[in-house]
Design a binder for this molecule. Structure first.
Ligand SMILES: [Zn+2]
Length: 284
């Protein structure tokens, strides 16, 4: 295996797909993950790659075969039982730990009662999001954000979710992936946006801050904006997506990588959607 492909080499890897890993850099560096293999992808820009799915999906939690993937890589049983698959992970303001109904209180204590960040980002326009401290900056890179600014630190996931819930009345909380994969992104002034939102929702945010105490809720007014560039040689004119469930073999020339998407000259593919799929990746 080598990072510098030549014209004759063909490289083939097999295993269960996991989301791509990213390393900060200019542009950011991407690695495909198949089982415990970490395959550098930036060097393959401009070259042919093929992904083919064997038809098998193996749950990323319990290792059982599953016909369908739930919540990006879980079997149905794990999806309905694991704390990390609960609806409150997508909607943290609905945290029900205090009711004694957390699916796994130990997991909840470790993950949700931990420092979180509310951030503004520009992925397909202005959006708000939350992440655990330790997931910066990969969270932003996974969303294909060009800019990001942490704005508040909280002592729990639920409180970060409540702040997000207020801010999303005024701005988006999702990435429009089609827009994210086009190269017409305008630069935003995230610091002015933060100040505007802080003013706009002052009463509600002050009430939350008061309720949670100074250790629970901290404005991050000295944070600087982060900017990211992605390894893209050419953005698609028209965004067409591949679906491995319908067409198990996907092939094309790699034109770019952004978020969790590979941009091929034949269409784009969201690799995260195929977490736990048993695939063969052929480079070259
Ligand atoms: Zn499972």
């Amino acid at each position: 295996m080598t990072d510098t492909p030549n014209n004759t080499e063909q490289t083939r890897f097999s295993g269960h797909l996991d989301k791509m890993r990213v390393s900060p850099g200019n542009p950011v560096e991407y690695f495909a993950i198949l089982n415990d293999q970490r395959i550098p992808l930036n060097a393959w820009l401009g070259r042919q790659i093929t992904l083919s799915w064997s038809g098998t999906i193996t749950c990323c939690a319990c290792g059982q075969k599953t016909n369908k993937s739930f919540n990006q890589g879980y079997c149905y049983r794990c999806f309905t039982r694991l704390a990390e698959c609960d609806a409150c992970i997508m909607s943290p303001e609905k945290c029900h730990f205090h009711l004694g109904t957390c699916r796994d209180p130990e997991w909840g204590e470790r993950v949700c009662f931990n420092d979180h960040i509310v951030y503004l980002a520009n992925s397909s326009g202005l959006k708000v999001g939350i992440t655990r401290m330790k997931n910066m900056p990969s969270r932003w890179l996974d969303q294909g954000a060009g800019q990001a600014l942490p704005i508040v630190r909280t002592a729990s996931r639920m409180l970060a979710g409540k702040i997000e819930d207020i801010l999303r009345r005024d701005i988006a909380d999702r990435t429009n992936w089609r827009a994210m994969l086009r190269d017409d992104m305008l630069s935003l002034d995230l610091i002015s946006e933060r100040d505007r939102l802080r003013e706009h929702f002052r009463d509600e945010l002050d009430a939350l801050a008061l309720e949670s105490g100074p250790a629970g809720f901290t404005w991050l007014l000295h944070e600087k904006e982060r900017t990211f560039t992605y390894p893209v040689t050419q953005y698609p004119d028209k965004v067409v997506s591949h679906n491995m469930d319908k067409t198990p073999e996907v092939s094309g020339r790699l034109m770019g990588i952004k978020g969790q998407y590979l941009m091929l000259d034949t269409g784009v593919i969201n690799l995260r959607k195929y977490t736990s799929y048993d695939v063969t990746l052929t480079l070259g």
